[in-house]
Every structure is written in structure tokens, then in C-alpha cells.
Design a protein. Structure first.
Length: 225
């Protein structure tokens, strides 16, 4: 739990189903460090609300009326708002094209609505902190998809340039991020402290230009063999 003097994480929820919006709001507001500042039922409202309220995290459904969540994500990216606002895609669907487009478009995480209460609240906190969040099934799809991509030997030279400044240990950490491991799991695997892992993650994000952990995971899929 964050210190008492730290402001709560401000969240906007965008989902076309009222029962989902209300359920998520009630769930998040049981936590003293999370504050839902608004909800939206369609893409147009989600974009307006996010632009006006500037939340820390936007929980964004993929399929919504008027415009879907991917359209909202694109508009936020065009306006340069993803620097300050983290987007956590929350959806019933885990189809490959949605995962790829969402993460490539700047989403910081992708979580299924079937996730547990604990996983959802933890994902919001992780997303706000810049760590990103991927449900296990999404991480598995990324592993399979980028595994096939790598076998075709199509590594982009630009991606290789991005990882060139990394130390050997930072590359190890990047690889494990790509496998979907948390900082605690990486620390166990590498037999180091979790604080050390966090330092490595911060440095590799800065060196590679990845905005958050989700983008680092995508980069890892592309370059790790």
C-alpha cells in the first residue's frame, strides 16, 4: 500500500456494459489507493472524458459502440496523451489481432475480464507505475506469435540498435520480461534482489526507449532468440 500522503491512482473506466462498469467501480473503490473519477459507455465518451479528466489509468474495453477501444487508443496517441495516461485494455476477447494492435498502439497492458479481483487491482497499480500488465493467456499468445515470427529470421535492424546499449544482465532481464515474468520472479530466476531487478528494468527502458514494461515485452519477443 502506498504512503498515506500519496494521492490515489485516478482511474477512468470505459465499457459498454453497465454491469461491468459498475462492478469494476465498486471493486476498485474498495481500495484506498484507487479512485474512479469517471465512467464511459462508448468510444466517443471515453475519449472526451479521458481528455477532460486526465486520469492516471484508463481501463478501456476493446469492443464498444460508436468507436471501439482501439480507435480511442489511436486518438490518444495522436494527441500525445499516452505519455501521462496509461491504458489498460480490459476485454472479454483475447484474439491475436487485438493484442498486437493494442500493444503496438501504446497500451500498457491487456487483461481479460475473467481475471480475478486481485489480478485486476494489481494490474491497475502496475499499469499506473509503468510496469504494465499482461494476463497469462495474453502472454502465452505473444510467446507463440513472436516465436513463429522469430523463426522466420525477420529481426528488424532498428530493434537490434535499440538493444545494443544494454549490458548482458539487462538483456537477461529483458528476455525474462518477454517471457511474462514479474520482477519478483525475475529476481528468483537470476538470484538477485527485487530492488536490483527494478533498477535493471528502469535502465533498460531508458536505453531502449520503451515507455513501459508492455512495450519492453514486445521488443523482447522481436529480438530474443
Amino acid at each position: 500500500m502506498p504512503p498515506a500522503d500519496r494521492p490515489p491512482i485516478r482511474v477512468v473506466i470505459a465499457d459498454d456494459e453497465r454491469v461491468v462498469r459498475d462492478g469494476l467501480r465498486l471493486m476498485l473503490e474498495t481500495q484506498p489507493d484507487l479512485l474512479v473519477t469517471g465512467t464511459a459507455a462508448d468510444g466517443d465518451h471515453a475519449l472526451r472524458l479521458t481528455t477532460d479528466l486526465r486520469p492516471d489509468v484508463l481501463m478501456l474495453d476493446v469492443r464498444m459502440p460508436s468507436h471501439d477501444g482501439l480507435w480511442v487508443l489511436t486518438r490518444l496517441a495522436e494527441r500525445g496523451m499516452l505519455t501521462d495516461i496509461r491504458v489498460l485494455m480490459l476485454t472479454t476477447f483475447d484474439m491475436d489481432e487485438y493484442i498486437d494492435e493494442a500493444l503496438a498502439g501504446g497500451a500498457s497492458g491487456f487483461l481479460l475480464k475473467s481475471a480475478s479481483y486481485e489480478d485486476i487491482t494489481a494490474a491497475v497499480r502496475a499499469t499506473a507505475a509503468g510496469d504494465g500488465a499482461l494476463s497469462p493467456s495474453v502472454a502465452g499468445r505473444l510467446i507463440r506469435g513472436y516465436g513463429a515470427w522469430r523463426k522466420a529470421d525477420r529481426v528488424d535492424p532498428a530493434d537490434l540498435e535499440r538493444i545494443a546499449p544494454l549490458t548482458d544482465r539487462e538483456r537477461d532481464v529483458l528476455t525474462l520480461i518477454g517471457e511474462g515474468l514479474s520482477n519478483a520472479e525475475i529476481a528468483t530466476r537470476l538470484v538477485v534482489s527485487e530492488h536490483t531487478v527494478k533498477s535493471h528494468v528502469s535502465r533498460l527502458l531508458a536505453k531502449t526507449g520503451c515507455r513501459d514494461r508492455a512495450q519492453a515485452a514486445v521488443l523482447a519477443r522481436r529480438v530474443t532468440r
